[in-house]
Design a protein around this ligand. Structure first.
Ligand code: WQD
Length: 333
């Protein structure tokens, strides 16, 4: 029996595939390579000595999905495939709703046709909007401020309705905070296309000399030093959270929403400092105006993840930056 990982050559997907193989799961990967490349398969094989079965396919192609389910005995799905750039989603909402919602509906429909009703869904802390208090608990009010976040919220609602219609489903909705870092081998990590939107990939490009300085989007927030505070989590910790979630889902029915964060918040300037320590270089920066839609502070209450899944993040900000730099320093553009 195999686990199908959609988006399995992506940043978080590839790290989860490595940990699934280490746990002796058989893995099948579906990816359209829109935001990743096929070389990641070679890296997964180097790390694990196993080359997962790979299908270059799009979740918008129902026949391709049916082919995968008919050729493999899939027992569960971890669903990462989706577009994830907040800014791009504001410019191209139709593209995001088609890919992230219609594509996901195709997957859920084909899963149902093949009686595969165990799913781990990749959601995001962005569904909490601007939280009224901190740390954020799973039962906090949900609101979104951009199409990307709304596609995550729509998927959560769809999955809840699927469970109401058929109690044989087992669904884990995992809300990620800010994934950073890379596998300790330095072979897999985050390889953003174009100008990185996210903080740490941008800092890494300042460290490699590709960017001149870090633009700090605002220092007038009500936070420790005025810059935005986020709950950064090591991508390997995040991957391990998925192993716990799939193991739980394979033995329980129902829908569970779980925060995957560390419970600690770090400001932009604190992350910059940690990255300077990790790479041994200065990271020059300039304070700019706020980025539209940015909230001041966001970090997770991690109680449920520990009580339900027995999972807790292990790596701190220094190790996240060291492992991230160990990967990024080798990226030659
Ligand atoms: C972090 C902090 C910025 C870049 C986004 C998505 C979220 C999730 C993670 C997918 C903020 C500041 C950033 C820069 C900066 N993605 N910053 N200069 O916005 O918390 O979350 O990525 O699920 O859905 O919304 O992450 O890394 O973009 O920003 O000052 O060049 O760093 O203002 O305070 P964010 P981020």
């Amino acid at each position: 029996m195999a686990i199908l990982v959609t988006g399995g050559t992506g940043f978080i997907g590839s790290h989860t595939v490595v940990e699934l193989i280490k746990e002796n799961f058989e893995v099948v990967i579906l990816d359209n390579l829109y935001n990743s490349n096929i070389e990641v398969l070679d890296k997964i094989e180097t790390i694990t000595n196993i080359r997962p079965k790979f299908y270059k396919a799009d979740i918008l192609d129902k026949e391709a999905l049916r082919k995968i389910f008919s050729e493999n005995k899939i027992e569960a799905v971890i669903h990462y495939a989706g577009y994830k750039a907040v800014g791009e989603s504001v410019e191209k909402p139709i593209l995001y709703y088609e890919n992230n919602v219609t594509g996901s509906l195709n997957l859920y429909e084909v899963m149902s046709e093949f009686n595969v009703k165990t799913l781990v869904f990749s959601s995001s802390a962005t569904v909490y909007g601007d939280p009224a208090k901190l740390p954020i608990k799973e039962d906090f009010p949900l609101s979104t401020t951009n199409p990307y976040g709304t596609t995550k919220l729509f998927n959560e609602r769809i999955l809840e309705d699927i469970y109401v219609s058929d109690n044989n489903w087992s669904i884990m909705i995992l809300r990620y905070f800010n994934p950073i870092g890379a596998h300790k081998s330095g072979l897999i990590g985050e390889t953003p296309n174009g100008i990185p939107n996210n903080l740490v990939p941008y800092i890494a490009q300042v460290a490699t000399g590709e960017r001149e300085f870090l633009r700090v989007w605002g220092n007038d927030f009500n936070t420790v030093d005025g810059t935005g505070v986020r709950d950064y989590i090591h991508v390997v910790d995040l991957a391990l959270g998925h192993i716990k979630a799939i193991q739980y889902a394979l033995s329980h029915k129902g829908v569970e929403k779980v925060n995957l964060g560390t419970g600690n918040g770090y400001s932009v300037l604190q992350v910059r400092e940690a990255f300077e320590k990790a790479c041994g270089k200065k990271i020059p920066y300039k304070i700019m105006d706020r980025r539209p839609g940015d909230i001041a502070e966001c970090y997770a209450d991690t109680t449920k993840a520990y009580e339900l899944l027995g999972w807790k993040a292990k790596f701190g900000i220094d190790e996240m930056c060291q492992d991230g730099w160990n990967f990024s320093k080798n990226i030659i553009k």
